[in-house]
Design a protein around this ligand. Sequence first.
Ligand code: ZN
Ligand code: ZN
Length: 262
Amino acid sequence: MSKGSWLRRMGNEMLDLVYPPGLYCICCGKIIDDSRTYRLCNDCMRSMNWNTGRRCSRCGRPLAETDPGRLCFGCSQREASGHEHSFDKGHACAGYGACAQSVIFALKYGGRADIGDTLGEILYDFMLSEYEADELAAMYDIVMPVPIHADKLKKRGFNHAELIGRGFTERAGLCHDPGALIRTRGTVPMKGLGPEERRANIRGAFEIRNSRLPLIQGSRILLIDDIFTTGSTIDEIARMLKSHGASRVDFIAFAAAGDMVI
Ligand SMILES: [Zn+2]
Ligand SMILES: [Zn+2]
């Protein structure tokens, strides 16, 4: 190791002593003090597209100001064509913009597993803006993170949705079961696929672990994911859970992409 890189490393370690990892903004990396909400600096707190305005009453994505109805375009198209979502109700804490993207990328691809707990806290606070804490604690029988394929799990070392789910359920007092669902195969990226192709792509990609099957009948389930885009993944899991008797399947995601044509 050259003297320069050693000194640089020492410098970084010294910096870590003064500013532990928790003291950097999880979005832009700027140094912050530990009183910052969700470990975001003021700028990123403001730039995060928090989903506080009107939102789709079915999938929860933010509605455009020009959108007059209670449903987003995608959900109203589905309602009109008889291809309604399989889930009952969705929630999303933020619109998917540059800020949400960089937080999600740091968690998923930057090895920042610690961000999972912060997103869990955000999910919890978002639900508290809609429900009382005791109401929320009684709303669901099981919380299940969307599973990732074993190959991906091996590569990444963790399922990001599970870390978010843990942070959420610890605060909400709900039962977290990260082992209930299994992703049996990978899928090709959904981007550019039509609605029918997306459904075919994801069909049968998930299973319920045998030992959990008896628990599904009549249960109210909340699915957890980082981002909601077309809804194909959540729909497929909800369809499968309902075919095994689940009485209700909702989801909450940290971020939701804007309205889209299905
Ligand atoms: Zn920041
Ligand atoms: Zn919608």
